[in-house]
Design a protein around this ligand. Structure first.
Ligand SMILES: [Mn+2]
Length: 351
């Protein structure tokens, strides 16, 4: 109930009497219900989970702190039954589907207020960190495995398929997003998902991947080389690795997210590649692979113990290729703990 009391504290501050929750990540976070076909309705006194008859049994088993209501006609008609006189202002998540917003604002005759409740999930509890760690261990093992699998002439897509197969074999429920396998010049696309391109001698290959375990995500990136690397790419690799280390070194409670970003960015700029680091340094990670915590030049969020996020600087040179190194970390009392631990030494595959 700790998560619900945090939410209620926030509702009180915003003068909200009840909150409608419709995003899967939030439904799961507050209720432990594992399907997205539901809504939560949380007042200062009660917690309701509204779902249809396909999920009634599952909901009563999973969402133990919630009263389960089986929908018969529509969500609107259930709300009408639940909403008493004393409920005046009702909160909803900012990305509520417009058709729902329209139906409920017209049908309820109450003040509906859009709220961003994402920051309530930034700090993870130990149960969440345990799940993320499990997902990270699978990703680490997958990296090690795939280094023994990749060969010159193999298609990026074959690498992707093997990564998915292997992570499932290790107990992942699925990949946490579409896997990026970007080799050679394709590496200059930070989000170059696997294609039918074959990996050539001399190509750097960037793998960006992760899995879902116990409903939590991992997100890991490594670049390695097949054959002999060019001098330029070797130089870029070392700059990215050093930039990432600079960010990891300054992470601790009390500093701002943008300071972590600047630690990477300033070093990359100093080394002459500032224009080639084209994205933020990292993002929050949890039930969603990208949560709204941004480790970017614009983020004034102050780091707290228990926050989990990625640190992933990269350098991308069109026509040449790209390098990115990404780890997942949790902020601890005196610094940060790495959740992903596979090697960052440049791996050269020779076959
Ligand atoms: Mn990432």
């Amino acid at each position: 109930m700790y998560r619900i009391s945090k939410l209620r504290k926030y509702m009180k501050k915003q003068e909200i009497d009840a909150m409608i929750i419709s995003n899967f990540a939030n439904i799961f976070y507050y209720s432990h219900f594992t399907s997205e076909d539901a809504l939560l309705f949380i007042t200062m006194k009660e917690c309701y989970l509204i779902t249809d008859s396909r999920y009634t049994i599952q909901a009563s088993k999973e969402a133990r702190d919630f009263k389960v209501i089986t929908i018969t006609k529509s969500y609107l008609s259930v709300f009408r039954e639940l909403i008493s006189e004393e409920i005046v202002r009702i909160g909803f998540e900012e990305n509520l589907a417009f058709n729902r917003y329209k139906a409920w604002s017209e049908g309820l005759n109450k003040e509906l207020v859009s709220l961003n409740i994402e920051s309530l999930k930034y700090v993870k509890d130990e149960e969440e960190i345990r799940a993320i760690k499990k997902a990270c261990v699978i990703a680490d093992k997958c990296y090690k495995h795939i280094l023994g699998f990749v060969k010159v002439g193999m298609k990026e897509m074959e690498v992707r398929n093997e990564m998915i197969r292997y992570m499932l074999e290790l107990g992942a429920s699925k990949e946490s997003f579409e896997i990026i396998v970007a080799s050679g010049a394709r590496g200059a696309m930070p989000h170059g998902i696997a294609s039918n391109k074959r990996i050539k001698e001399g190509d750097f290959v960037t793998l960006d991947f992760g899995c879902i375990k116990d409903f939590y995500c991992s997100d890991l990136t490594r670049s390695f080389v097949v054959g002999k690397p060019s001098k330029k790419m070797l130089e870029i690799y070392e700059i990215v690795r050093e930039a990432q280390q600079k960010a990891l070194d300054i992470i601790r409670p009390g500093i701002k997210a943008k300071e972590v970003d600047f630690a990477c960015r300033d070093y990359i700029s100093k080394m002459g590649y500032g224009d080639y680091f084209t994205h933020s340094t990292g993002h929050g990670l949890g039930i969603l692979v990208h949560d709204s915590l941004a480790i970017s030049p614009f983020s004034d969020v102050v780091l707290k113990e228990g926050m989990v996020f990625t640190v992933e600087p990269g350098i991308y040179v069109e026509g040449l290729g790209g390098i990115r190194i990404e780890d997942d970390v949790v902020v601890r009392e005196n610094g940060c703990e790495l959740l992903t631990n596979c090697t960052k030494k440049l791996i050269k595959i020779n076959n």
